[in-house]
Design a protein around this ligand. Structure first.
Ligand code: SF4
Ligand code: SF4
Length: 294
């Protein structure tokens, strides 16, 4: 007999937003840092948080996995990081992109921006399917190859994604630090302007398109997506209940054909499709993936 445990059953959108808010507040709980314009450097900072949570956010109690990965790859004394590899394997194989739907602060920000009324919503962007591949290119080029191979004379590389792209860093770290720290404000130059341009564009797009950063840009979402089909917690469709009304697919703001591919790499486990299904055919469950054992 199959053993399974259901964690998302129905109609939980408000609960999801609250989980995102509480988790973001708790993991960025060094409030003094925002007031004093300096970052927390205590012992928990050596541990990674699951979502795209900037290391330099003044309140951050932990590190960003993508920032940590670049720091390891760019280091002139590069050594294989068992901690980071284990972290990605553990989080990915347990919950996959549940992190994106429920625990990531930048996911929360995009969710809130998309709720702003009076802005025309675009359900599907032209070229959507092709644009989705961009995040894998960004992961490969900006997170892995450039930090590893573009190095200075002592062999030290740079965190290219953090430095040139990450809008989460600009919002969570750049803005509060520039606002409260005189030294950082005076040092802010063209690079900060460039990063603000990216952030403002994403803020605007997020009001119209559901999670444009997660769909097209985020290297962390790309990594967790690889685990979606095999993670312990994943979306399950009870085919005996499904009446093929397509309500689940119509409700999915990540534009996934839920019936055909319930464990798509793009699924952020938000639960909208579960709520939309009048037959209760969908659930997110902890379940052994027997197909992997065959
Ligand atoms: S795709 Fe990236 S930014 Fe979006 S929720 Fe996932 S980790 Fe966060
Ligand atoms: S298939 Fe779509 S609606 Fe369902 S959990 Fe995944 S992202 Fe949300």
């Amino acid at each position: 007999m199959k053993r399974s445990f259901r964690i998302i059953s129905a109609g939980k959108e408000r609960l999801r937003i609250w989980v995102q808010i509480v988790f973001t507040a708790a993991t960025n709980g060094y409030w003094k840092g925002f007031y004093e314009g300096r970052i927390y450097t205590g012992p928990s900072k050596s541990l990674c948080l699951p979502g795209l949570n900037c290391y330099s956010c003044p309140g951050a109690l932990g590190s960003c996995p993508i920032g940590s990965l670049q720091a390891v790859l760019a280091s002139r004394n590069f050594t294989f990081s068992f901690y980071l590899t284990g972290f990605f394997l553990l989080v990915g194989s347990l919950i996959g992109r549940i992190v994106c739907g429920w625990l990531c602060p930048f996911g929360l920000i995009q969710d809130l921006l998309h709720r702003i009324p009076f802005v025309k919503k675009i359900k599907r962007v032209p070229g959507d399917r092709t644009l989705r591949y961009a995040k894998y290119g960004i992961l490969l080029i900006f997170v892995i190859l450039l930090p590893m191979f573009v190095v200075d004379i002592v062999g030290q590389g740079e965190p290219w994604f953090c430095k040139w792209i990450c809008p989460s860093g600009t919002l969570m770290a750049g803005w509060p630090l520039v606002f409260r720290n005189d030294g950082i404000r005076q040092a802010a130059g063209l690079l900060f302007l460039w990063k603000n341009g990216i952030l403002l564009l994403l803020i605007l797009l997020s009001m119209m398109i559901y999670r444009p950063f997660c769909k097209y840009v985020c290297p962390l979402g790309a990594i967790y997506g690889f685990f979606n089909k095999i993670s312990l917690y994943r979306l399950r469709i009870d085919r005996s209940r499904c009446v093929h009304c397509h309500a689940c697919t119509r409700s999915c703001k990540m534009n996934i054909n839920v019936e055909a591919n319930p464990n798509s790499m793009e699924c952020i486990r938000c639960g909208s499709c579960i709520s939309a299904c009048g037959q209760k055919a969908l659930s997110i469950r902890a379940e052994r993936n027997d197909s992997l054992l065959k």
